[in-house]
Design a protein around this ligand. Structure first.
Ligand code: DLL
Length: 421
């Protein structure tokens, strides 16, 4: 689309969204309080006149308080994968499901998949949006779809081999585990060529490792249940930033502390106004996810991208006054050749009320010699690499390969025990 046509479409859809949220008491009251009418939105920049919607607002509306259509028109619900309290419920009309699967189909087409591919969907098929979301997108482009779900990893490897699976979708954590089990089984998965990984942050070092061990081109996939699920942003074959479907999502990056807009190249919180959602339209939804708009155009010819996500605003650990994202730790560890696939991070407060970070790191079998001097040298090397990147002294404990937990869905690698004293 020409940029002017795209902007006109976005503006029209933004106004329609404002009309639709009028059916939700929360928004009716909020917009009345702020004195905003749909007619006040004359340009796309006017979106900044609108208030944000926060995750807590959605929680307060549990279960169906944010539905903008009668319940009879809601044909499916999913929930967010929060760990504490009640989840957020998301509703879909038949039109929403059609639009959502269309977005996923576009993403898969963007990375070169067609009806000739065999697709294995190795994520949870329950309330998590990754399962049914990718499933219907894949069927829409006519791929032969294997609804594998998670678990029974050896069987998953057999299916990839027996069915000639060419494209795989799972979390990067589970992809690591699949690679490990395939190696144990002596299969190098010759049919696989595309991996679509997402639902959690992962680094370029992990990408390099997955591409090498699974023999795929690995693409990053981003989304969240509140905005349908996966399909909000996706990498193209350049593997350099994620494209957003601007006909469906209006994006802003804001300073998480002040809410003020940030320009290209400035990292902040992604705020999204979905432009086509019917059952649960939202205004300026604060995703909590940290990224930035990229300045240059992508060689693929599609416009505007965001950088890979460095984590969530609320994932950031503050250790002795220093901000640390778990993704930075992953980046350092995965770039070290001796380090295996898995690590865990523990944060404690010592008797002097100082924060201590301990990182358990699995070492690759060939480096786990049992020679104490070698292990001590390796431990010192890891401590140094972490200190250089994080500007923080950490404790590193080397552990045997296979001893840390494996994750089938999203990994939970950080255990913050500071509140437990
Ligand atoms: O994780 C939807 C999804 C499924 C995305 C499959 C991609 C693939 P939720 O369970 O609601 O939805 O969790 C959404 O996960 O706010 C981010 O914090 C995180 N997240 C998702 N994708 C990425 C990614 C699904 N590619 C939350 N990089 C989001 C970093 C991600 N974080």
């Amino acid at each position: 689309m020409r940029p002017a046509d795209l902007e006109a479409l976005q503006l029209r859809r933004l106004r329609e969204t404002l009309e639709r949220v009028g059916n939700v008491p929360f928004y009716r009251e909020l917009l009345a309080r702020e004195g905003i009418r749909p007619g006040d939105i004359r340009t796309l920049d006017d979106v900044r006149k609108l208030p944000f919607t926060e995750k807590q607002d959605l929680r307060d509306g549990y279960p169906f308080g944010f539905f903008a259509v009668p319940r009879a028109q809601v044909v499916r619900i999913h929930t967010t994968s929060g760990t504490t309290g009640k989840p957020t419920v998301v509703g879909y009309t038949a039109g929403d499901l059609d639009h959502w699967s269309d977005l996923i189909a576009r993403n898969m087409t963007m990375v070169g998949l067609t009806a000739d591919d065999v697709f294995q969907n190795s994520v949870n098929y329950g309330m998590f949006t990754g399962g049914l979301g990718f499933h219907y997108g894949a069927e829409k482009i006519g791929m032969t779809t294997v609804p594998a779900g998670t678990g029974n990893t050896r069987r998953q490897i057999e299916m990839i081999d027996d069915f000639g699976v060419t494209a795989l979708h799972c979390t990067p954590s589970y992809a690591m585990h699949l690679a490990e089990v395939a190696e144990e089984m002596g299969s190098d998965l010759p049919s696989l060529r595309v991996g679509m990984f997402g639902a959690e942050p992962w680094s370029d070092a992990t990408r390099a490792e997955l591409q090498d061990r699974l023999g795929v081109a690995a693409f990053d996939s981003y989304g969240l249940s509140e905005l349908y699920g996966p399909g909000v942003a996706f990498e193209c074959q350049e593997q350099d930033g994620l494209h957003i479907w601007h006909d469906s999502y209006l994006v802003e990056i804001v300073d998480p502390a002040t809410g003020e807009p940030l320009g290209p190249g400035e990292r902040g919180e992604l705020v999204v106004t979905p432009l086509v959602k019917e059952a649960m339209p939202l205004i300026r939804y604060r995703t909590g996810d940290i990224t930035m708009l990229l300045e240059d155009d992508c060689p693929c010819g599609r416009t505007r991208r965001v950088a890979r996500f460095s984590g969530r605003v609320d994932d950031m650990l503050i250790i002795r006054g220093i901000n640390v994202f778990p993704s930075q730790i992953e980046h350092v560890l995965m770039a070290l050749p001796e380090v295996g696939d898995q690590f865990m991070v523990y944060v404690d407060r010592d008797e002097h009320h100082l924060d201590e970070m301990t990182i358990e790191v699995e070492i690759k079998r060939q480096f786990f010699s049992g020679e104490l001097a070698d292990l001590a040298r390796l431990q010192a090397k890891i401590v140094r690499a972490l200190r250089d990147a994080l500007e923080l002294r950490t404790h590193v404990r080397l552990v045997e390969p296979g001893s840390l937990p494996r994750f089938e869905g999203k990994a939970r690698r950080v255990v913050d025990r500071r509140g437990c004293l």
